[in-house]
Design a protein around this ligand. Structure first.
Ligand code: NAP
Length: 278
């Protein structure tokens, strides 16, 4: 990956936890040119992260000026982390939290000095720069604070501010859980191909390449001509042809739409139940 010269990086980035998700984010930032000397990771294991990145197992006595904090540990660890970290945070210490289910009000209560606090919900393709990150903050976070966070998130893929924090479980159901749903679709497409007679290994390769090529094509068509996937589907399906016949099956009684609505609703409901501690 060629570094993005126009990128505006924080003077210093302090990651609390660097597992599956924060690790993907950091890996992309480093690929895009973030100087590893500007990064400190706190993780209990002390496992190295990447060349040049400082890894610590305990909190420093102070944060370097211009530090942005990324909370990337598990949500249930917030009380312990905040007890140690909050005294180090100043008004001008931006905090980005990827903790699922931890509300902005909770974060504000635990980090009372910090002005700019943003909730972020990334999905796993952020590591490729093709992720989706939902962002939420309140009026206390200044416009500059919002712009700085957005600049940091931008190399990870699509960044979407959401206006209503109560929609976090909905957007998590769509884009956070979405990769798994698409993996399932690709697998089902392959298995369906096998079911109608295509050798299994060939069906798997063809299904995956079809999903990848079609997703890229849909992204381009949307960016260049504003054409939605719905329009593309109809364009591919000539009347009386094979594709139309297949689409008729997916479309009958809105069965695919109903299936996916039920899928997202189940994921959303689970998020709400977890937030209630169930
Ligand atoms: N995975 C996803 O798809 C996803 C999507 C969106 C948001 N999130 C959010 O991302 C966060 C992390 O999830 P994950 O899947 O990346 O988990 P993970 O892979 O288990 O990583 C957790 C990280 O937290 C560190 N850690 C453990 N105890 C800690 C402590 N007391 N203080 C500071 N750091 C500590 C771990 O350190 P070691 O490395 O030393 O073990 C590890 O680096 C969660 O809050 C989750 O809600 C995840």
């Amino acid at each position: 990956m060629t570094p993005i010269p126009s990128m505006r990086w924080p003077d210093h980035l302090f990651l609390i936890g660097c597992g599956n998700m924060a690790g993907q984010m950091l890996s992309r930032w480093l690929d895009c040119g973030l100087d590893p000397a500007r990064v400190t990771v706190l993780r209990p294991s002390g496992r190295p992260v990447a060349d040049g990145v400082t890894v610590i197992t305990d909190y420093p006595s102070a944060l370097p000026a211009g530090t942005t904090v990324l909370l990337g540990m598990k949500p249930y660890q917030i009380a312990d982390v905040a007890a140690a970290l909050a005294p180090l945070c100043r008004a001008d210490t931006p905090i980005i939290s990827i903790l699922a289910g931890t509300t902005l009000a909770d974060l504000r209560a635990r980090f009372p000095a910090a002005r700019d606090i943003v909730r972020a919900m990334p999905n796993l393709p952020v590591g490729l720069g093709e992720g989706v990150t939902a962002l939420f903050t309140d009026a206390t976070t200044g416009q500059t604070g919002k712009a700085d966070v957005e600049a940091l998130i931008q190399p990870l893929g699509l960044a979407e501010w959401i206006a209503d924090e109560s929609l976090f479980n909905q957007v998590t159901a769509l884009s956070g859980c979405g990769p798994a749903f698409l993996f399932r679709f690709a697998d089902a497409l392959a298995r369906a191909g096998e079911a109608i007679g295509i050798p299994a290994d060939q069906a798997a390769r063809m299904a995956l390449a079809t999903v990848q090529g079609s997703a890229n094509m849909a992204a381009r068509a949307s960016a260049h001509a504003g054409d939605s996937p719905a329009i593309l589907a109809d364009r591919v399906a000539s009347p009386g042809g094979m594709t139309r016949q297949g689409l008729n099956v997916l479309d009958a009684d809105d069965r695919l739409l109903t299936l996916l609505t039920d899928t997202l609703a189940a994921a959303r409901d689970r998020g709400e139940a977890m937030a209630r501690g169930e």
